[in-house]
Design a protein around this ligand. Structure first.
Ligand code: 5AD
Length: 358
């Protein structure tokens, strides 16, 4: 069994493992192996980021979605979802509040809502950039044409989050309706990367039918794409979806995967996600202690927060909320970390003065 610890050491040293080695780790995960990985991941994150935690203000602009992903609470066919859309003024007002609280990244996230044309988004992005030139804009608005991605980038968007959800074709087709394909998702990610966005991908841990082999495929896909950001959190069932009766993803496995990603790519921007905070009262802190370095508090208008319900019991208040920044700061301080007012851009890794990745 000591061989498992050697595999973690190898990952730390070489930033690479074979698929079988990842599967072996996941198949034989124990509490002590996990602790070993967390400790190393924490150390690596400290070397790269110090004790600094980056924050992003998350603005959920619309819960209308033309897609029908089986896991998601805002899927098209959920007629019980109470739909809303923010207009430009709403978003500006979120940015205003966020800026004064110390946020220097605004994440505009939403369902795939055709209401938001390129023209609308270009105006929105340009206006935010004009008013807050020292801030970064991250978009998380799903699949678009390369041309649209380019236009939004030219308007000033800096980063784009688009989780691949699972890197296995067969698994992908069990989680999504047939109009959505892994191939198209991958091609979007490639376009985003080529255009020059700091690009984020990611996946859910413990989604229905997921195997450890699938997770190894996810990690290797991430290795190949080499994104600047990775979002991962446990799958959590939503009562109005076909997956209502499925089990939620496990805390320890999610944390272990965070640690593996940190060891594989020390410079990765890795959030401790809301989903992690939702399944455990200390989830957010545990994520940081397993190597995460970003937190994304909710900056949406208070009256819409409960409506952006991707999964049941999704947190949106207290330390999960932008105005609860002080409690977040206290939580981070209690475990030895400091929340900073900083754009928190991706910075490639240096080892012994040599640039390792760009
Ligand atoms: N549980 C956990 N995460 C979910 N997401 C959507 N639905 C769920 C769920 N039921 C995640 C997806 C998506 C991101 C915005 O939220 O991975 O990419």
């Amino acid at each position: 069994m000591s061989k498992l610890y050697d595999i973690i050491d190898k990952l730390e040293e070489t930033q690479n493992l074979e698929k079988e080695e990842f599967i072996n780790l996941l198949d034989n995960l124990t509490e002590s192996l996990a602790q070993y990985a967390y400790e190393k991941a924490r150390k690596v994150a400290r070397e790269h980021f110090g004790n600094r935690i980056y924050i992003r203000g998350l603005i959920e602009i619309s819960n209308y979605c033309k897609n029908d992903c089986l896991y998601c609470g805002i899927r098209r066919s959920n007629t019980n979802a109470d739909r809303y859309r923010l207009n430009k003024e709403d978003v500006f007002s979120c940015c205003h509040t966020g800026y004064n609280l110390g946020f220097r990244t605004f994440v505009l996230q939403g369902g795939e809502d055709p209401f938001y044309s390129d023209e609308f988004l270009i105006e929105l992005i340009s206006e935010i950039k004009k008013n807050y030139p020292d801030c970064a804009i991250t978009l998380s608005l799903g699949e678009k044409s390369r041309d649209s991605y380019q236009k939004l980038f030219d308007a000033g968007a800096d980063r784009y989050l688009l989780r691949h959800e699972t890197a296995d074709e067969a698994h992908y087709s069990k989680l999504h309706p047939k109009e959505l394909t892994l191939e198209s998702r991958k091609s979007c990610l490639q376009s985003l990367h080529d255009i020059g966005y700091q690009t984020g991908t990611g996946f859910m841990v413990g989604s229905p039918w997921q195997t450890n082999e699938n997770l190894a495929q996810d990690i290797l896909f991430i290795k190949e794409l080499s994104p600047e950001m990775v979002g991962l959190g446990p799958f959590i069932p939503h009562h109005d979806t076909p997956f209502a009766g499925e089990a939620q993803g496990a805390l320890d496995k999610t944390l272990f995967l965070l640690a593996l990603l940190r060891l594989m790519k020390p410079s990765l921007l890795l959030p401790s996600t809301t989903a992690l905070g939702t399944i455990h009262p200390k989830g957010r802190e545990l994520g940081i202690l397993a190597g995460a370095n970003v937190v994304m508090p909710n900056l949406s208008p208070v009256d819409v927060r409960k409506k952006y319900l991707l999964y049941d019991n999704k947190l949106s208040s207290d330390a999960e909320a932008a105005e609860g920044l002080n409690s977040l700061k206290k939580q981070m301080d209690a475990i030895g970390y400091e929340v900073v007012t900083d754009r928190g851009d991706y910075a490639p890794q240096l080892r012994k003065g040599v640039l390792l990745d760009v």
